[in-house]
Design a protein around this ligand. Structure first.
Ligand SMILES: Cc1cc2nc3c(=O)[nH]c(=O)nc-3n(C[C@H](O)[C@H](O)[C@H](O)COP(=O)(O)OP(=O)(O)OC[C@H]3O[C@@H](n4cnc5c(N)ncnc54)[C@H](O)[C@@H]3O)c2cc1C
Ligand SMILES: NC(=O)c1ccc[n+]([C@@H]2O[C@H](COP(=O)([O-])OP(=O)(O)OC[C@H]3O[C@@H](n4cnc5c(N)ncnc54)[C@H](OP(=O)(O)O)[C@@H]3O)[C@@H](O)[C@H]2O)c1
Length: 449
C-alpha cells in the first residue's frame, strides 16, 4: 500500500510510524510538507526556552530513517499538488495539516497595528518563514495577552525573558534582536473565566514564577471565590501556584506579569497613529450552561486597560485546503473518527483520513497524538484490507510531476544538511541552532537556487 501523509508535525509522524512498523502490511509512506523543514509545531510552535520538548524530533527522525519512508518538503497541497494528484498516485491519503489559522476576538479595533494574533507572534519568534517579516513593535511598556491557555503563557514568558535567557535558545535571530531592545515592562494575561477554569498546565504556570527578571502578580481578591479543593488535581495545582504567587511580594525593579481573571476585551482603542492605545475590558460573572459547564457573561461593568499591544492567544483553527472537505462550524477537516467525510451528507470519502489538530481541533499535547494517530491507522489498515488492489504510477512519478511544475521537493537528507547548517550557525551564539527563516535561503543552502 502506498500512502501520502500531508503534514510532518507530530500527528503525521506518529501516523507514519504506526503504518511503517506494522508486520501485517507492507506500506510505503511519502510525507509532504509545505515547508522545506519537518516537524510542524515542534519547530514552529513549541517555545524556544523549552528545548527539552523539542527532542521528540529525534523519535521522528527515527521514523524518517525507515527504508520505505520518503520526505517531500517544500510541497504544498492546494498549491503544488492537488487532491486529484494524490488520489492518482496513492492508495490512501492522510491529512495531518494541523491548525494554522487563528481565531478572532470579533471586537472593534481587532487588526490595527500592534494587535497581533498569537499565531503571528509565535511564528515570528520561532522563525516560521510565513512570519519572518511580521512587524513586531515592542517599543511599548505594557502588553495584554488575551486567553488563559499555554500559548498565552508562552507568549507572555517570551516577552518577559531577559536576552541572556533567550540567546542560548533557538529563538529566531530577528526576534532576539527586537526582544533585546524591548521596552515592555508589564504584561497582563487576561482570562474571560475564573482561575478554576484556566487552561494552563501547572508546570507552565509555575514556570512564570521562575523568570530571571520578571515576577508574577496576582491580586488576592482574584482567588477569593475559589474552592479550597475542586476535585480536579490539575486545577488544584494551578490554584496552589496562583495562591503562592498572590502571597509573594514581587522583587523591586523586576518586570511584572499580572494575571487577571473574569474579564473580556470588548474594544481595542487606537492612538493617533492607528496603533493600540488601550483595551476596554468588561467584568464577567460565571453562568452555568445547560450541560453544567460555566460560561463567561458580561456584567456591563467596564474599565480601560492602558496597553500599547494586544496579543490574542485564544486558539487556532484549520486552514481550508482546496479539495479537502471542511467542517465550517468546528473549523477542522470534516471527519468521523478520523475518516474524512462530506461535510453536508457526512458520507465517508473512501481512502482519505485525517489525524492531529486537523482532525480534532487545537487541543492536546504532542505525546497525545501517538495513540490518536495509531487509532486512525487501525481504520486505514482495516479499510485497505477490503479494497481491490489498484496499480499506481511508479513511485518516482510524483517527483517527476512536481519537477515538471517547477517545484523542488526537499528530501530528508536535504533537511539534514539544513539542520547541520543551522546547528553550526547556532554554535556561534552558544545556541542549539540559529534557524534559517527564509525558504529561498534554505533552497540556496541546498544548492537548489
Ligand atoms: C505555540 C504552541 C506551543 C506548543 N507547545 C507545546 C509544548 O510545549 N508541548 C506539547 O506537548 N505541545 C505543545 N503544543 C501542542 C502541539 O504543538 C500540537 O499538539 C501538535 O503540534 C499538533 O500536531 P499536528 O501534527 O496536528 O500539527 P502541526 O504540528 O501543526 O503540523 C502540521 C504540519 O502540516 C504542514 N502543512 C499545513 N498545511 C499544509 C499543506 N497544505 N500542504 C503541506 N503541508 C502542510 C505544516 O507545515 C506543518 O508542518 C504547542 C502548540 C502551540 C500552538
Ligand atoms: N508547554 C506546553 O505544554 C504547551 C504550550 C502551548 C500550547 N500547548 C497546548 O496547545 C493547545 C492549544 O493551546 P492554546 O493556549 O492555544 O488553547 P487553549 O488551551 O484552548 O486556551 C485558549 C484560551 O483562550 C480563551 N478564549 C477563547 N476564546 C476567547 C475569547 N473570545 N475571549 C477571551 N478568551 C478566549 C479560552 O477561554 P475559555 O476556556 O473560556 O474558552 C482559553 O483560556 C493546548 O492543548 C495547550 O495545552 C501546550
Amino acid at each position: 500500500m502506498r500512502v501520502a501523509i500531508i503534514g510532518s508535525g507530530p500527528a503525521g509522524f506518529y501516523a507514519a510510524e504506526a503504518l511503517l512498523k506494522r508486520a501485517d502490511a507492507l506500506v510505503e509512506v511519502d510525507m509532504f510538507d509545505r515547508l522545506p523543514t519537518p516537524y510542524g509545531l515542534v519547530r514552529g510552535g513549541v517555545a524556544p526556552d523549552h528545548q527539552k520538548i523539542k527532542t521528540v524530533a529525534r523519535v521522528f527522525a527515527g521514523t524518517a530513517a525507515r527504508p520505505t519512508f520518503r520526505f517531500l518538503g517544500n510541497v504544498q497541497l492546494g498549491r503544488d499538488i492537488t487532491v486529484a494528484d494524490l488520489r492518482r498516485h496513492y492508495h490512501q491519503i492522510v491529512y495531518a495539516t494541523g491548525n494554522e489559522a487563528d481565531r478572532r476576538l470579533g471586537i472593534p479595533g481587532e487588526g490595527i497595528a500592534r494587535c497581533t494574533p498569537a499565531t503571528v507572534f509565535v511564528g515570528w519568534y520561532n522563525g516560521h518563514p510565513d512570519y519572518r517579516k511580521a512587524q513586531i513593535d515592542l517599543s511599548v511598556p505594557r502588553v495584554a495577552v488575551v486567553g488563559n491557555g499555554n500559548v498565552a503563557v508562552d507568549a507572555a514568558r517570551i516577552l518577559l525573558r531577559t536576552p541572556a535567557e533567550l540567546e542560548r535558545t533557538d529563538i529566531a535571530a530577528h526576534a532576539l534582536e527586537v526582544l533585546r531592545n524591548s521596552q515592555v515592562r508589564e504584561v497582563f494575561i487576561l482570562g474571560r473565566r475564573g482561575p478554576e477554569q484556566a487552561a494552563f498546565s501547572p508546570a507552565e504556570l509555575k514556570e512564570l514564577g521562575a523568570m530571571a527578571a520578571a515576577d508574577p502578580v496576582v491580586a488576592a481578591e482574584e482567588l477569593a471565590q475559589c474552592a479550597a479543593s475542586t476535585g480536579d488535581a490539575e486545577t488544584d495545582r494551578n490554584l496552589k501556584i496562583l495562591r503562592a504567587f498572590a502571597a509573594r511580594a514581587p522583587r523591586a525593579g523586576t518586570k511584572k506579569l499580572h494575571l487577571r481573571f473574569l474579564v473580556s476585551p470588548t474594544e481595542i482603542l487606537a492612538d493617533a497613529k492607528g496603533g493600540v492605545a488601550g483595551l476596554r475590558l468588561e467584568q464577567n460573572r460565571l453562568e452555568a450552561r445547560p450541560d453544567g459547564t460555566l460560561a463567561a457573561r458580561g456584567t456591563g461593568e467596564t474599565e480601560l486597560l492602558e496597553v500599547g499591544m494586544v496579543l490574542p492567544a485564544i486558539g487556532y483553527a484549520a486552514e481550508r485546503i482546496a479539495g479537502v472537505p471542511y467542517d465550517e462550524k468546528a473549523r477542522i477537516i470534516a471527519n468521523q473518527d478520523g475518516r474524512v467525510v462530506d461535510p453536508v451528507s457526512r458520507a465517508v470519502i473512501a481512502n482519505e483520513y485525517v489525524v492531529g489538530w486537523a482532525r480534532s481541533g487545537p487541543q492536546g499535547l504532542i505525546g497525545e497524538h501517538k495513540r490518536a494517530s495509531a487509532d486512525v491507522v487501525g481504520h486505514m489498515i482495516a479499510d485497505g484490507a477490503g479494497l481491490a488492489p489498484r496499480a499506481l504510477p511508479g513511485r518516482d512519478a510524483i517527483v517527476s510531476l512536481l519537477r515538471e511544475r517547477g517545484v523542488q521537493p526537499v528530501s530528508f537528507s536535504d533537511w539534514k544538511r539544513l539542520d547541520d547548517a543551522e546547528v553550526a550557525r547556532g554554535a556561534r551564539r552558544g545556541a542549539p541552532r540559529d534557524k534559517i527563516v527564509d525558504v529561498e535561503a534554505m533552497l540556496a543552502v541546498l544548492g537548489q537556487r
